[in-house]
Design a protein around this ligand. Structure first.
Ligand SMILES: Nc1ncnc2c1ncn2[C@@H]1O[C@H](COP(=O)(O)OP(=O)(O)OP(=O)(O)O)[C@@H](O)[C@H]1O
Ligand code: SF4
Ligand SMILES: [Mg+2]
Length: 324
């Protein structure tokens, strides 16, 4: 992949995360342009949340290598913690998968949003209160004034997620990392929250890395898709190419699961992801792949352009020795 750090808001190169001896992420490379939305797709445990948390530099008990370049700031992994504190909430912001644990149970949601607004914009308490109500309105919280004095446990899971969205948007970040709400919320509410986040980021011209389980939504709503398997990128590119002209056997399996079952949610393909202490040294998908050839078990395939055209390689990449 050419070095795109200069013309991208975010460029991640060879991001590798170890937890003890386990390689949770392995040489993850991706890039995101101004105003683009990128979907991270893959089964549970693929490493989607780990990527988002690593970008925020909030991973605990993990060793991180590689780089994550944010336009105008340089490599986030080498910045001081003081600088990161300044960037979080202002230039990059994250909406966590589980709002229940991300919100502080001891403070009202109005106070949590208000103090964020005061810290980021230097507003007075009264100004922050007024702006908090406006933000609660924009994320679809009904009776926003009344909700300001509610504690998180007094709100439904969907409302808690909306509060999280408001807090994440308080500093008008130009990069939003949104981890899809878990199944703790029912599917309709999840879809509403996902659509709300996409709409608000688009309106603000921000870029968004979105963890999504819904492949159909990823293709409709996102510009780019990155398919992850066991901590590795197996296919990435413009959403339409990945969905309609995919070449990796795992992408096909993900897609056919959705189509066969007619479900919107991602249903895992047959078999299970190997545990980290039994990860194949070659292609991590080889234990489940119908197209495996001899070299797959002991040689890891590199991420390479999926197609060549008369004008050169396309911005669509796969890691596979025997692609479709
Ligand atoms: N705090 C932790 N300590 C040890 N291992 C962890 C920790 N957090 C995650 N992992 C491991 O890292 C891998 C990736 O986890 P991650 O949470 O990033 O997956 P995910 O793709 O977000 O999954 P899901 O769709 O279930 O949210 C998994 O194997 C998981 O068991
Ligand atoms: S490298 Fe081999 S095992 Fe891995 S996806 Fe491609 S064909 Fe299947
Ligand atoms: Mg996750």
């Amino acid at each position: 992949m050419k070095d795109m750090a200069l013309d991208h808001v975010l460029s991640i190169k060879d991001l590798t995360v170890f937890r003890g001896a386990a390689k949770i992420l392995d040489r993850v490379t991706l890039a995101l342009g101004q105003g683009e939305t990128l979907a991270l797709v893959g089964e549970s445990g693929a490493g989607k949340s780990t990527i988002a948390t690593a970008i925020m530099r909030l991973l605990e008990n993990a060793r991180v290598t590689g780089s994550a370049t944010l336009a105008g700031e340089g490599d986030l992994f080498t910045l001081s913690e003081r600088k990161m504190v300044k960037l979080r909430g202002r230039r990059l912001s994250m909406i966590f998968q589980d709002a229940g644990t991300a919100l502080n149970p001891s403070y009202t949601v109005g106070r949590q949003l208000g103090t964020t607004l005061q810290r980021i914009h230097g507003l007075s308490k009264a100004e922050a209160w007024k702006q908090a109500i406006e933000l609660f309105t924009s994320v679809g919280i009904n009776d926003p004034e009344g909700r300001m004095t509610a504690f998180p446990h007094q709100l439904s899971g969907g409302m808690q997620q909306r509060v999280m969205v408001a807090i994440a948007l308080a500093g008008s970040p130009d990069l939003l990392l949104a981890d899809e709400p878990t199944s703790a919320l029912d599917v309709t509410i999840q879809a509403q929250i996902v659509r709300l986040i996409l709409q608000l980021t688009r309106e603000r011209g921000a870029s968004c890395v979105f963890v999504l389980h819904d492949l159909a939504l990823a293709s409709q709503a996102c510009d780019r898709i990155v398919v992850l398997y066991a901590g590795q990128v197996v296919e990435s590119g413009p959403a339409r190419d990945v969905l309609e002209r995919h070449r990796h056997p795992y992408t096909r399996q993900l897609k056919s699961c959705v189509l066969e079952i007619g479900a919107k949610d991602l249903v895992a393909p047959e078999g299970t992801v190997p545990s980290h202490d039994q990860m194949p040294i070659g292609c991590r998908f080889c234990t489940r792949c119908p197209r495996a050839v001899a070299r797959c078990a002991d040689q890891a395939p590199p991420l390479v352009p999926a197609r060549q055209t008369a004008t050169g390689p396309l911005d669509h990449h796969i890691a596979c020795w025997n692609p479709e």
